[in-house]
Design a protein around this ligand. Structure first.
Ligand SMILES: [Ca+2]
Length: 373
């Protein structure tokens, strides 16, 4: 079940009659407010699973954990709902009593004794001990929206969510667990004014080699918070879990910032070659290098997918990237940083560059990060 499924968790629920009549699975949920920044109290969800009818019986006195008046099973269920000790409901139709069953009561007719009245019993699932939803009598918990894992814990899909919920309080390396992922991983989050950046690349040190093989580019290399490439698979998982704008930020020697923004930046899955896509509205001061590369798949020196039969672009430019055709690309953000004393490129193929608006000005620091749309 998707954790994004709209669960009826923010509103008080009513035990509806249709549910009762079907005598199948009927739910009652404690109202909780999941939108608060602090984690809510563990949700106690009771799902009334089955009915047992024991004609001519009453609940044995030993199992009468609490007895209240009631006109119907519906009444009894309503009284069981807020009682944390109540895991079953027994309605005595002749005396119009609700017997709330404690955890030790096995809901079948063995716990009854002859008395000439009719007992109707409902068994409630055990409330999950953590944030989650009790699914059935086997105790399996399916986590509610915003919670994942075993036991269910609040999950943070990305940097922004971490700051919004108050789990992240300052820039740093954090675990995120995007919706499409099946496990969490670390990213570097930076709070910058009102926006939160989630880094997929930091390339600022000439000693950090970015000319890695396809496996490394898929898996990621370096450490978030320092020079690193997050990894195509993680970028794919992030960008398919939420809509982002990719921002490329380059600082030349003079430390002026140039950036380029690509809305709805998305990287497809491994089977389709981690294809590059984004929205057509592109803005920025750096200049648009990516539009000719839109739809390109990722290349590394050992996995040439650049659509050129004569050129191995990644090998030529000494870095993995989306390249296309004999001209490869007009930018090379993963190419070696030469950090020239005069701040100008030497013009060779194997150095970092972004020719649009930088021309022959050499990039000294290159960052790529995601900002939610
Ligand atoms: Ca090629």
């Amino acid at each position: 079940m998707s954790t994004r499924t709209i669960l009826p968790i923010t509103a008080a629920l009513f035990f509806n009659l249709a549910c009762l009549l079907r005598v199948t699975q009927c739910e009652i949920t404690e109202p909780t407010n999941m939108s608060t920044t602090t984690p809510p109290e563990p949700m106690v969800k009771k799902r009334f699973l089955k009915v047992a009818r024991c004609p001519g019986q009453v609940l044995a006195a030993a199992h009468r954990y609490r007895t209240l008046g009631g006109r119907s099973v519906l009444d009894c269920v309503a009284q069981c709902r807020p009682d944390s000790g109540c895991l079953s409901v027994v309605f005595d139709s002749s005396s119009h009593h609700c017997h709330l069953g404690a955890a030790t009561v096995t809901l079948d007719c063995r716990n009854t004794e002859p008395a000439g009245s009719v007992v109707k019993q409902y068994e409630a699932a055990i409330p999950c001990p953590t944030y989650g939803e009790a699914l059935g009598p086997d105790g399996t918990c399916v986590c509610a929206e915003g919670f994942r894992g075993t036991p269910c814990e609040p999950y943070i899909g990305d940097c922004s969510e971490g700051f919004e919920r108050g789990n992240f309080t300052q820039s740093g390396v954090y675990d995120v667990y995007p919706l499409a992922a099946d496990q969490s991983f670390q990213v570097y989050c930076k709070q910058q004014g009102n926006t939160v950046r989630m880094y997929i690349m930091q390339h600022t040190n000439d000693r950090k080699d970015f000319n890695k093989n396809y496996f490394k580019y898929t898996d990621g290399f370096g450490n978030p918070g320092a020079d690193h490439w997050l990894g195509l698979e993680k970028i794919h998982l992030l960008t398919t879990s939420r809509a982002y704008e990719l921002q490329v930020l380059i600082k030349p020697q003079n430390n002026t910032s140039y950036s380029q923004k690509y809305k709805h930046f998305q990287v497809s899955n491994a089977d389709s070659g981690y294809r590059l896509s984004f929205d057509s509205s592109v803005t920025g001061t750096l200049g648009d290098c990516f539009t000719p590369l839109k739809g390109a798949i990722f290349s590394t020196y050992d996995n040439d997918q650049d659509e050129s039969v004569s050129v191995n672009c990644a090998d030529k430019h000494q870095g993995g990237f989306w390249f296309r055709g004999d001209t490869c690309s007009t930018c090379n953000p993963t190419g070696p940083l030469t950090l020239p004393a005069d701040g100008l490129r030497s013009g060779v193929d194997n150095e970092a560059f972004w020719t649009e608006n930088l021309g022959n000005v050499a990039p000294f620091k290159i960052y790529m990060f995601l900002v939610p749309l």
